[in-house]
Design a protein around this ligand. Structure first.
Ligand code: ASP
Length: 355
């Protein structure tokens, strides 16, 4: 890990989540406590020698309540502080962390500084907990600089949790109890944390241009997710696909992107696609991706006008669609960009992944 020439200036954005919670003595339930309290519980932060400021969500949010307006607020804080800070650490609940990480990766265009998101399974302040280590590690990652170039080591949105640093838009929450709560099944870790923080430099994203940070604030929430399962019926699926409120649907399919080939199913999808809805095929499997041509069942979806989401996570596909429609693109443009990497979120069919 490179050492910074001067004391790194970091901004902590505290949105809420378990990391900053405490047990209500009366009910035993976890309730958010204030940030100063959180900091008092981690006196070791002072030993890092960093120049740290903070911005708070008031009240702190359980991340189940996160929505695009909150993502916009986080982006605003990053944009406002972009020239003043070397890096950003976002403290966030684990439940929807992968959605926020994905959304920020699409919204923060031209990002050239670290945005490291972390949280914990147990609150800082409990005797046995993972929050202290996660917070300190996230700060160290946000402060890390390349030894030769002096540039920030991480120039993308990443999730630091437990022993790994993951690309934000490749991550998924995999456990509600394990201290390794996140994984990226289709992209290797950006760093491994053991005695040292070991970055895998070849895996880290390099910004495509040297341009300034540009924030794409608009997120269109006229999107939805349809989960298919054996026994799904036309009367259940039809209203979801026909809804006038929805411009695009992430279709969670089986295996390599397969779905029933019953005529009603294909007809429904073809009708929705013809009406200009963008339907993106994303597998229900945590690892691997959609290979439309592998089985006739997947091929039928492509024939009906369904677009392959390749190896994107559902979190990435959904927030990417919100971003693309939010940017004012037409359905055919959205469909095209859904199959192209724009922030390192997918691997193309030919195996390449750079934007
Ligand atoms: N419900 C909490 C949240 O996501 C869980 C956590 O932080 O781990 O905000």
């Amino acid at each position: 890990m490179g050492s910074a020439p001067k004391s790194p200036r970091l901004l902590i954005i505290y949105t809420g989540g378990t990391i900053g919670m405490a047990e209500d003595p009366k009910t035993g339930a976890l309730i958010p406590f204030d940030f100063e309290h959180l900091m008092q519980n981690v006196p070791k932060i002072g030993q890092l020698g960093y120049d740290i400021s903070h911005e708070l969500f008031t009240p702190p949010l359980d991340s189940s309540n996160m929505n695009p307006a909150h993502w916009q607020h986080i982006c605003r804080l990053i944009e406002d502080g972009y020239d003043s800070y070397d890096g950003f650490v976002v403290l966030h609940g684990t439940d929807t962390m992968a959605y926020t990480a994905s959304a920020l990766s699409f919204m923060l265009q031209g990002l050239d500084k670290p945005v490291v998101i972390t949280g914990s399974q147990l609150p800082i302040g409990e005797i046995r907990e993972d929050g202290t280590e996660n917070l300190i590690t996230a700060l160290q990652i946000a402060a890390a600089r390349h030894e030769d170039t002096g540039r920030p080591m991480v120039r993308e949105v990443a999730i630091s949790f437990g022993r790994f640093l993951w690309r934000g838009n490749r991550s998924t929450k995999v456990s509600s109890t394990d201290f390794g709560a996140f994984r990226s099944f289709n992209y290797p870790p950006l760093a491994k944390m053991d005695l040292h923080i070991r970055f895998d430099e070849d895996r880290l994203l390099t910004p495509q241009s040297e341009g300034p940070l540009q924030v794409a604030y608009e997120m269109d929430d006229a999107v939805s997710v349809a989960f298919i399962y054996p026994g799904i019926t036309e009367r259940v699926l039809a209203p979801q696909l026909a809804s006038k409120e929805v411009k695009g649907v992430i279709l969670r399919t089986f295996g390599a992107g397969n779905a029933p080939t019953e005529p009603w199913f294909t007809r429904l999808l073809a009708k929705a696609a013809k009406e200009g809805k963008v339907i993106v095929n994303v597998t229900q499997c945590p690892a691997g991706g959609v290979e439309e041509k592998r089985y006739a069942t997947g091929d039928a979806l492509a024939e009906a006008g369904v677009v392959s989401g390749l190896d994107m996570t559902c979190e990435a596909a959904l927030t990417k669609m919100m971003h693309l429609f939010g940017s004012g693109l037409s359905p055919s443009q959205v469909a095209r960009y859904m199959t192209e990497p724009i922030a390192g979120e997918l691997t193309r069919e030919d195996g390449t992944q750079s934007s």
